[in-house]
Write a protein that binds this ligand. Sequence first.
Ligand code: HEM
Length: 227
Amino acid sequence: MGAIQRGQAHFLLLKIHSLTGLIPIGIFLVFHLAVNSLRTVGVFPYQLSIDIINNLPFLIWIEIFVLYIPILFHSVMGFYLTSIAKYNFIRYRYPRNWMYTMQRLTGGIVFVFLVYHMGTTVAPKLWYGHNEFQAAPFLIGVMNDEFQTWTGRIIYLIGIVAATFHFGNGLWGFCISWGIIVGPRAQRNAGIAFILIGLGLTVLGLATVVEFSLNPVPVEPTKVGGL
Ligand code: HEM
């Protein structure tokens, strides 16, 4: 491959990395934290949401192609970009320099959190065959147990804050990368808007943790008439 072609391939990979951070991963994160926060309204709406998701046709294929492959690509590319990054936030103490470093650090934290989180939810659900209406009692049981210990709460606290920061600050990077915000004023205002979005998502996630911690309600599988 010639130097120009290699440069083009690198550029394309950077663009796909930037795009997958928003579509589908960022959209999934917003949806996921919003659906989980249904637990603060009551255990019934939460169970209903898990029932709906786990009764979707072709669920595993949707998860593999819409979620797992993009997350894997985004993570591998993210680790590569982190390995070639230049850190100078000690020499140049600008907020943007600090954010640059934090973006890479939180990416790594989210990756470790995801391995843990999926290893305690989706993996045992699939392994033990808790499908369709059996998924909700199993997953709600797992969450109830996790949030009864401070270790579990702190792991989720770190995972949620890292993910919402990475997403909020990532939105800023996405807008710069795609030429959506150009001038310094627009960049500053967008930065403030994205901080607020990140904070809003953090509140949703933490409210869910508090609710699970205070009210660990177990549930029975939903019984559907005639089944
Ligand atoms: C309050 C905090 C959270 C709760 C209660 C929660 C709960 C859950 C549950 C119950 C599942 C299993 C879903 C199923 O198999 O039907 C799940 C899966 C998942 N969670 Fe979370 N989660 C939380 C935070 C997060 C965060 C911060 C992230 C991102 C870093 C995340 C990413 C994922 C991913 C990627 C999956 C796999 C999705 C799938 O296979 O359908 N979660 N979560």
